[in-house]
Design a protein around this ligand. Structure first.
Ligand SMILES: [Zn+2]
Ligand SMILES: [Zn+2]
Length: 411
């Protein structure tokens, strides 16, 4: 079944984080975060323990998603069956498909929110009817999981990206054909998801579920980099490369924690205007022809007497020249964080001498967030009017097929 047969009866509403291209990206392609919501319940048909679900299936790199009716097996003792109300679409969903980084065919989607339909016998933290969010998966037992760093779980790659379980089994079938899933232990581009208590947590029923969806990955990643990874203090300075949903979330978080110099960099004036509205104190429109040295000098020029540089620089675009500029914009002892994913094999060069003055560079996954703790904090900040991430979201009705078609052609 082609995606065009997916009508508004299945996907009534779609929301998307405003289309914001990545700064300094070699591609002008944009990666909206989409939330699909208000699935019709009648499309799920009980068949023993398994159910029929509708899903967007990634079939091949660079090819559009297809929309198919799949069979989803019944939840095991430690699993939760969630009726999806909305799901975000993150850059990662599209990147793994179009860069051939996942198994095919596969059900992607990793910013799901919904209502608990059924729980396994060992599940205790949620119950049927609860409104829940689903974030990334971790094993819960390795040294990093046991020391509050589940984003760096030893098994992060397998649990979130492998598409199957350790025994080789999959959750979905199309007729008799196995379909990979378990993406971020949810595969939320579907009417129902299987998850576990590890990556699923309840939220108050009076919260707007669809609006919460992007918090599960993109928003917590940007905000978490500032609040969890860097722990930026009041009066510090930060440069944020790329004003997409992740970069914008970092900018909003920088305002929350009291950074007094917040430099937003992007290729597009309209994005920079929004960045200023959300908390940037300075903006720099980067030209693709700019060298990293020029961009770094432009940032340093905004840091007062001596133009010594910023305390923190965050690279969200996945562009190696942006990463070099970010590192070179730091003051001594400054910290540079990398969020943007590049294609396999891409390398970046740094001047060794420039590292000697205490500068650091590190990669950041999920903003170092423990989602069950951090997402409720972001929700509270949003409710207090201090973290207006909802300004990034555009809601659509019945346009899902068009949006997925556009996404399917990305890169
Ligand atoms: Zn994501
Ligand atoms: Zn672990």
């Amino acid at each position: 079944m082609a995606f065009r047969s997916l009508s508004s009866q299945l996907l009534r509403r779609v929301s998307t984080v405003r289309r914001l291209p990545s700064v300094l990206s070699t591609s002008a392609v944009t990666y909206p975060s989409i939330a699909i919501r208000s699935f019709t319940t009648s499309l799920a048909t009980r068949n023993g323990g398994a159910i029929k679900v509708q899903a967007a299936v990634a079939r091949a790199p660079g090819q559009p998603f297809t929309f198919d009716e799949l069979t989803l097996r019944a939840p095991k003792d430690d699993e939760i069956l969630v009726k999806i109300h909305a799901t975000g679409v993150c850059h990662t969903d599209i990147a793994v498909k179009d860069r051939n980084l996942c198994a095919f065919p596969m059900v992607l989607g990793h910013e799901g929110v919904g209502v608990v339909e059924k729980i396994g016998s060992r599940v205790t933290t949620v119950k049927p009817g609860d409104h829940v969010m689903m974030s990334y998966a971790s094993c819960g037992g390795c040294p990093h999981c046991n020391t509050g760093k589940p984003a760096y779980c030893y098994d992060h790659g397998f649990l979130n990206f492998a598409g199957k379980h350790k025994d080789g089994s999959v959750d979905h079938h199309h007729q008799s054909t196995p379909i990979q899933g378990t993406f971020f232990r949810q595969s939320s581009f579907a009417t129902y998801s299987l998850c576990t208590e590890n990556n699923c947590f309840p939220v108050a029923k009076d919260l707007p579920l669809a609006t919460l969806a992007p918090l599960n990955c993109g928003i917590q990643t940007g905000a978490g980099a500032v609040m969890n990874t860097f722990k930026c203090g009041a009066g510090t300075s930060i440069a944020v490369f790329g004003c997409g949903a992740v970069g914008m979330s970092a900018i909003m978080a920088a305002k929350v924690v009291g950074c007094t110099t917040v430099v937003a960099l992007d290729l597009t004036e309209s994005r920079l205007a929004l960045a200023k509205e959300l908390g940037a104190t300075h903006t720099i429109r980067v030209d693709k022809a700019d060298t990293p040295a020029k961009t770094a000098a432009d940032i340093k020029a905004l840091t007062g007497a001596g133009a010594v540089g910023v305390d923190y620089a965050l690279e969200t675009s996945g562009n190696r020249f942006a990463l070099r500029a970010a590192f070179d914009s730091l003051k001594p002892l400054g910290q540079c964080g990398l969020i943007g994913g590049a294609a396999p094999g891409v390398e970046v060069s740094l001047e060794m001498l420039s590292m000697l003055n205490g500068k650091q560079m590190r990669g950041i996954i999920q903003g170092d967030s423990v989602s069950k703790v951090f997402v409720p904090q972001l929700i509270a900040l949003w409710q207090a009017g201090r973290f207006p991430y909802d300004k990034l979201i555009t809601f659509y009705d019945g346009m899902c097929a068009h949006l997925f078609a556009a996404l399917g052609c990305c890169i």
